[in-house]
Design a protein around this ligand. Sequence first.
Ligand code: 2AM
Length: 222
Amino acid sequence: VPLEETSLPLFFGWFLLPGIQDKVRCTSMDFLKTLDTLEAFKKHLPDFTVEAEKEVDLEQYFQANGALHCTTKFCDYGKAEGAKEYADKPIVKELYGSAFELSLSALFVTPRTVGARVSLSEDQLTLWPADAEKEAVPLVPAAATLPAGSRAHITLGCAEGVEPQQTGFDLLEILALQKEGQEGELVEEMELGSLAYYGKGRWLLSLREPVSAQACFSSLYG
Ligand code: 2AM
């Protein structure tokens, strides 16, 4: 009996190929290394951590977790709502195992998570679950008004005790602020792009050149 008929995976998603995983990790490390030395970051440190006296070493602050990927549908082995419906979609079956180019358009840091925003193409959006943003509404009410795909991200690290799913909520919060017309306080032009501050320890670096990342649409049984 094929595995897919006996159980559903932990999640479906795009898994970055090994070479590009290294590149993205390096880019993220460079960003964190620079961010915590900026005067602007130090100025807003009390928004970032309660231990206001101390300096923060962001590379230590966030823990990396597993292979880099962009989750499409979290199935929890079938226990998550809509898991079976997603797995049964013809497009999911058709594109399973196919290669994609993801566009990483921004990096963001909050006191909870560090992640990369993934800007999905029309083709990629066909694999995006219709309720992904709606699921976030209890935590991020404004997510209801954001377009499909807004939650798409790659978790690059989480602070101690924080669940990876938080990364998508943190991204949605920043995008909701942008939509309300809050541009963020432009802090500085960095080599990688422009850095803006959105309050409450939330930082967004819009990449000058989006990073194109080869990825395979697949699933993890874990
Ligand atoms: P992430 O996509 O934000 O990194 C395994 O836990 C993977 O599934 C992680 O990558 C995690 O977060 C994602 N995940 C866990 N719980 C989730 C949930 N309730 N909704 C969406 N994604 C979830």
